[in-house]
Write a protein that binds this ligand. Structure first.
Ligand SMILES: Nc1ncnc2c1ncn2[C@@H]1O[C@H](COP(=O)(O)OP(=O)(O)O)[C@@H](O)[C@H]1O
Ligand SMILES: [Mg+2]
Length: 230
């Protein structure tokens, strides 16, 4: 499906008092309490495309920044990037160029109108995303950025499609799994969960999109941060 090229709205900014925004704030709280160990980075992912990864990740990045935490939001979906649309940014320079040593890390970071939120867009779509995300260079970039920021939040590719996100899950402090209950069968969710576990990723929580109240018991109560989508 063709990606939308129009700017996307951040609901936590546009409608901070809405129920969805409140639920994103609950999710933020749950993430902060999900580990006794100091966390600095997490990925937001899902089994397949279109489940709401980018939407969830962008709203969370904004919410962490609103608590005056220095946040860097990185578009690590090097196949179908959308973060530049959300924040209305150019995408000629970004993560792919930092990973492939074509640009210095600082050059790939852009400011937003929130002083606590910086963004690294994907950069040009590379021919070899998995190779770049599996490289030692990722560790170097992460290490440097973790010194500069309180939180590094990654938007990612779908887990079942490619290995990119497993490679990332292995190197960040946690994983937020987004599940669109209308789209994704329980077996696919289980498979996504297994892929995260195989990568030694730590699941911080699961966001349920499109939850019908009658379905609530379908997924066990270990999941949190569910919110109802229109
Ligand atoms: N909670 C939500 N409420 C309404 N629309 C949503 C919600 N989450 C995602 N969407 C819409 O669904 C579509 C796919 O979401 P996106 O975040 O781009 O998914 P992904 O990154 O997983 O491919 C987008 O058009 C987005 O605006
Ligand atoms: Mg996306």
């Amino acid at each position: 499906m063709k990606q939308k090229t129009v700017a996307r709205k951040l609901i936590v900014k546009e409608e901070p008092h809405s129920i969805i925004s409140e639920q994103y704030r609950v999710l933020r709280t749950n993430i902060k309490f999900s580990s006794a160990k100091k966390m600095k980075s997490f990925v937001v992912t899902s089994a397949i495309q279109g489940e709401g990864k980018s939407t969830t990740a962008a709203n969370l990045a904004q919410l962490f920044a609103e608590e005056k935490q220095n946040v860097l939001f990185i578009d690590a979906d090097l196949r179908k990037p959308t973060v530049h649309f959300t924040f209305n940014l150019q995408n000629t320079i970004g993560f792919s160029l930092a990973l492939s040593h074509q640009k210095a890390i600082e050059e790939c970071i852009q400011k937003t109108d929130d002083p606590y939120l910086d963004v690294m867009t994907s950069g040009p779509i590379p021919p070899n995303p998995s190779e770049l995300l599996g490289s030692e260079r990722l560790n170097e970039i992460k290490q440097q950025l973790e010194e500069q920021y309180d939180w590094i939040i990654f938007d990612t590719s779908p887990l079942l499609a490619v290995t990119d996100t497993q490679l990332l899950a292995n190197r960040v402090d946690g994983v937020v799994l987004v599940v669109d209950m209308n789209k994704t069968h329980k077996k696919m969710v289980k498979k996504a969960q297994n892929l995260i576990e195989n990568a030694e990723g730590k699941i911080l929580g699961v966001v349920l999109n499109n939850v019908a109240s009658s379905n609530m018991n379908y997924y066990s109560s270990k999941y949190y941060g569910s919110y109802v989508q229109k």
